[in-house]
Write a protein that binds this ligand. Structure first.
Ligand SMILES: [Zn+2]
Length: 114
């Protein structure tokens, strides 16, 4: 399920988006829910345009990031992964997280080898 709503974070700000994923006893994915925090955040489909406000988060970047969690990827917080989709911070008016970075692809390939 994908929806919009509030995502308050006790005492430390808010989430832009959040993914809750469940697996069965055999680690088979059973459900993945993604919520966009439209209560506290603003979103755009045109992050590179002149109409993008300084606080607008790119819908497709957030969606790609949250979908990465569906596939078992975790947030990356180290500066070396700044431009990776799974970096744990959203950047307003930027769209680079729409496409997986090298580290993101390597992580996915290690989790799902051919
Ligand atoms: Zn994340």
């Amino acid at each position: 399920m994908i929806d919009t709503g509030n995502l308050d974070r006790a005492g430390s700000g808010t989430y832009v988006g959040l993914n809750c994923t469940w697996w069965d006893d055999n680690w088979q994915l059973t459900e993945s829910d993604i919520r966009f925090n439209v209560t506290d955040e603003d979103f755009t489909y045109t992050p590179g345009s002149s109409t993008c406000d300084d606080n607008d988060c790119d819908v497709l970047s957030v969606m790609t990031h949250e979908t990465g969690h569906t596939y078992g990827m975790k947030d990356k917080e180290d500066d070396i992964n700044y431009y990776q989709t799974m970096f744990g911070t959203s950047f307003p008016c930027r769209s680079w997280a729409r496409n997986l970075g090298r580290s993101d692809v390597k992580h996915l390939r290690s989790k799902y080898p051919e």
